[in-house]
Write a protein that binds this ligand. Structure first.
Ligand code: FMN
Length: 190
């Protein structure tokens, strides 16, 4: 990852933010330059999984950079094309579906759209309870979209949450290396 420039976009899957921050730290240790991006809900909302201020501080400390959290600040990602790879971790069903359908109304959907227009790779680390229901068709569309790759994912609780799927966040560095080489890490569904 030495010398690689990453965008790292965090969405409102609050229970997986810890895992996403750990993966961000690992990518920094591996030498990546990282720009943090947060959806508005992550940037501003305290939940039982942590305070927004603490999550913002940790991300900025790991990356040594300010967080992009508005559509306006994400827009230059199109013309400036600053990232070799953009990682969405965690990626909600909400953001995944909007991106798939061409809806651009948050910092993260703006970042994804701006980045992908430059034919550069996007890596999605999914975490959503509706992966096998409302979001399923949009996951399917993105599995079949050029330059879009997935961190391998699986059903996390088939009995308790039968439509939920979650990425293996520990595989983010490996999946990122594969995506930078234009490859999907497999098995994509574990
Ligand atoms: C405590 C909490 C946990 C949530 N966990 C998830 C989740 O794991 N996956 C998901 O897709 N949405 C989850 N949501 C819902 C999203 O935060 C919501 O759809 C939000 O609008 C997503 O915005 P974003 O995609 O712009 O980040 C959660 C919401 C709350 C309040």
């Amino acid at each position: 990852m030495n010398g690689i420039s990453l965008g790292y976009a965090m969405c409102g899957s609050f229970c997986t933010l810890r895992r996403a921050l750990d993966a961000m730290k690992r990518l920094r240790e591996l030498g990546a330059e990282i720009t943090p991006i947060m959806s508005p809900i992550v940037y501003s909302t305290d939940t039982r999984f942590g305070k927004a201020e603490d999550i913002r501080r940790e991300a900025e400390e790991i990356c040594g950079r300010k967080i992009i959290h508005t559509v306006k600040d994400a827009e230059p990602i199109g013309p400036k094309s600053p990232f070799d790879l953009l990682i969405a971790a965690p990626c909600t069903g909400n953001t995944l579906s909007k991106f798939s359908l061409g809806i651009t109304d948050t910092s993260v959907t703006m970042a994804l759209k701006a980045h992908i227009r430059n034919q550069k790779p996007l890596l999605i680390s999914l975490a959503t309870n509706d992966a096998l229901s409302a979001t399923a068709k949009n996951i399917g569309a993105l599995l079949n979209t050029k330059n879009v790759f997935f961190v391998p994912f699986s059903q996390d609780d088939p009995l308790g949450k039968p439509t939920s799927m979650i990425a293996d966040f520990s595989l983010i560095p490996e999946a990122a290396t594969a995506a930078l080489n234009g490859k999907q890490l497999t098995p994509v569904v574990k």
